[in-house]
Structures are given as C-alpha cells and as structure tokens.
Design a protein. Structure first.
Length: 368
C-alpha cells in the first residue's frame, strides 16, 4: 500500500511529531511505499527523512475543481489551510496514497473530513481531547482520565480509538532497559530536556537554577536545531558538573534516562518514556495541549508539576530540587510511584494495531 504522513518540523513546531512518524514509518516500510508530505519550514529536519523515505515538499498549486459540497466546506478553512489542503490532495492523487497518517495540531476537523473522502483509511495522532477528527483510527497516548476518554468517544463515535498510555510508541530496546530500572533513592544526577527546540528557553532556566546546587551532575539534552545551541554549549562549558548531548538516538537517550535520578522537562512524548523507565520528573508545561496531561499526572502523584512555563521561575526549580535533596524519604516515595507507573506487560503494541487495520483495508480493497 502507499502510505502518506502529513507532518511538519520546524524551529517553532519542534521535531517530536516528525520523530514519532519516522518511528511508525520504519515499522511499516517493509511491505509498503512510504511518503512524507511536509512543508519546507525554517528548521525542518528533512535530512532525517529523505535518505529513508520518499519526501514530498509541499509547493504552491493553482486552482482545483470541487463539488459544491466540498467547495462550501472549504470556505470555512483559512487561506493557508486551503492552500495546504489543495497541495496535499494533489500529491495524494499523484502518488495514489491509500492511507494518510496526520500528526499535526494545525490541521482542523474540516480539513480532515475533506481529505478522508480521497483516501481509503485515515489515522490521526493528536493530544487534544476536544476535537473531532473523522479518522478511522485516532491515537492519543497521553494519561487520560475516564471523563476525558468519554469526551473523546462522544466527539469521535465512528473512529476506532487508541487512548491512554498503554498505546505508547517505544523503541523496542526500551524493554531491555526496563528490566534494569531500580527505585532511585537520592539525587546525584539530573537530566534536563525540553524538546529538540525549546522555544521558551526552559533549559537555560533550569541550568541557572542548578548552578546554585553543589555535588550533583547535570545532563543537558538538546539538538543542533536549537537556535540557542551555541549559547547552551558556552554556558555548560563554564561548569564542570554539566554535560551536553546533541542529536542522540532514542536508545542512547534511554541509557541517559536510566542513569539519571530525576529529570526536569516538559509533558511531551519523552515524559511517557521517562515514566516507563521509572524516572521521576519535575514538569513544566510548554504548550496548551500539555496542561491536561500534566494535571492528570499531578493528581496521580506521578510528577511534580511546577506549572505553566510563564509562571515557573528559577527559584521554583531550585526549591523543589533542594526539597528532595533534604528529604530523601519523600524522594524515595516519589521514585517508587514512578517506578510502578507504566508496567511493561501492559504496553500495547500500537504498531501491531496499525498493521492489523491496514491489513483489513487491503483485504477490503481486494474484495471490492
């Protein structure tokens, strides 16, 4: 089958969506032709795609003929989204794409409803709980409570749903690392990661807070796409206790998480990986879609949620770390909760679910 991924990466968006889609694409490429449909945005990571899969760079197209119903729906889209829809649709037709996987917050429900008419199967990956997706399969692997899952089901009654942390997309080598996880008893090494781009400079905030704390090691993880990478390297080089790693693969990242005692980061995909490896976290939400999951995890006492990025200071980070350094019993209790939060045997293989659904699509097409 021909499978398309509509996903972008940029200095503003970051690399998380693209990395997630590359992981899925690697698992599906054996029997399928893979196309990445992405816009050429500043800070994109096309280099990670073009040597492995067919890369389609969105270009401007002129005009398109619609049915009246489609035209009326399009009038509800913004100008830029109309352009994006038309370009994407043209490549779907050109490359005869059967299945489209959308991992993009800016693509609206009307866009999805329209694009669904031109393909056999639509998969949507998203983190919000208040959207209609018109997807055949909708994936949201955040920590969700019963009320939130019910809301998603009511909004997407015809979609097959993969909801909750049991649908984690994890490197298979993490299962090996999971066997080595132990309860952390005290803080000796701290890991800091706020995504590949960190647009609000939370990394620097954490570094300034940790400078004041003696007798600890600090691991900073970022990418060369971070617009402030040179400044980060300069700051880190001034302090012996800091080490910085850039553009590391997922397994090496896992090893660094395993070797750390606590993390400071946002509530993205990496937080689920940290919990899987039993790593306690101080969490700062850096986007609106992270707030719900952060609050749910806070209620379960699986993270120490410091708040939204606009409301968290260096002193907040410093104070919480010092608290745990001075209260090892409390830290050990926190670590125990994280250690048992996501059990390996409960991880559902989402790739198998996707493959099963795609196989059903293929069989239906053969019958027709």
């Amino acid at each position: 089958m021909n499978i398309g991924f509509r996903v972008d990466s940029s200095t503003r968006i970051g690399l998380g969506h693209l990395s997630r889609c590359i992981f899925i694409a690697e698992k599906l490429k054996r029997k399928n032709k893979i196309f990445f449909i992405s816009r050429n945005l500043p800070g994109n990571m096309f280099s990670q795609v073009k040597d492995k899969f067919s890369l389609v760079k969105l270009k401007r197209i002129k005009g398109y003929k619609f049915t009246k119903k489609a035209h009326d729906l399009l009038n509800n889209l913004g100008i830029l989204e109309k352009k994006d829809y038309l370009e994407t649709l043209s490549y779907i037709k050109k490359y005869k794409i059967d299945v489209l996987i959308i991992d993009h917050y800016s693509i609206t429900q009307i866009y999805k409803k329209l694009i669904k008419k031109s393909i056999k199967y639509l998969i949507v990956i998203d983190d919000f709980i208040n959207k209609k997706h018109f997807a055949d399969l909708y994936i949201n692997n955040n920590f969700l409570n019963t009320k939130e899952k019910k809301k998603i089901k009511n909004l997407n009654p015809k979609s097959r749903l993969a909801l909750g942390s049991e649908y984690l997309l994890l490197n298979q080598k993490f299962n090996i690392l999971k066997q080595r996880v132990k309860v952390r008893k005290k803080i000796k090494r701290i890991l800091v990661f706020f995504g590949s781009i960190d647009p609000s400079s939370e990394t620097e905030k954490a570094i300034e807070a940790l400078k004041k704390i003696p007798d600890i090691e600090v691991i900073i993880i970022t990418t060369k796409s971070n617009p402030r990478i040179k400044n980060l390297i300069k700051i880190v080089n001034e302090e012996e206790k800091f080490k910085i790693f850039t553009d590391i693969n997922n397994y090496k990242f896992g090893l660094l998480m395993l070797a750390s005692d606590i993390a400071i980061g946002s509530c993205g995909v990496n937080l689920l990986e940290r919990l899987y490896l039993g790593l306690p976290s101080l969490v700062i939400s850096t986007a609106k879609n992270q707030i719900t999951s952060s609050l749910n995890l806070k209620k379960k006492k699986l993270i120490k949620y410091l708040g939204d990025r606009n409301n968290v200071s260096q002193n907040d980070i410093y104070g919480q770390i010092v608290y745990f350094l001075n209260n090892t019993k409390k830290f050990k209790e926190f670590s125990k909760r994280c250690h048992g939060s996501i059990k390996g045997k409960n991880i559902f293989n989402l790739i198998d679910l996707i493959k099963l659904n795609l196989e059903n699509v293929k069989n239906m097409a053969t019958l027709n």
